[in-house]
Design a protein around this ligand. Structure first.
Ligand SMILES: [Zn+2]
Length: 88
């Protein structure tokens, strides 16, 4: 078995609704990044410091973590998902 580390295309997750920039991540990188529910990738100069902080800068993109209300919304969604799970 060969685990091929292929680049995967992701859309930039910045706040601009009209943004359609693509970011290429290696499969192994994306796995590590998206392991954290608050983390997203945006094009390097699309970071909005008011709502997110840069966790890591890489070639052509930045890994950001949502802060404040945006992060709370994500937490809320996670909790709702847990609550929706059938018991038993
Ligand atoms: Zn963008």
């Amino acid at each position: 078995m060969h685990a091929v580390d292929q680049p995967i295309s992701f859309h930039c997750e910045c706040g601009n609704a009209h943004c359609d920039e693509a970011i290429r991540l290696l499969a192994s990188d994306s796995k590590a990044i998206f392991h954290e529910p608050h983390r997203f990738v945006v094009v390097s100069d699309h970071v909005i410091p008011e709502v997110e902080r840069v966790v890591e800068r890489r070639e052509g993109y930045a890994v950001v973590e949502k802060t404040g209300e945006a992060a709370e919304e994500i937490d809320q969604e996670e909790q709702d998902a847990d609550a929706a799970e059938p018991t038993g």
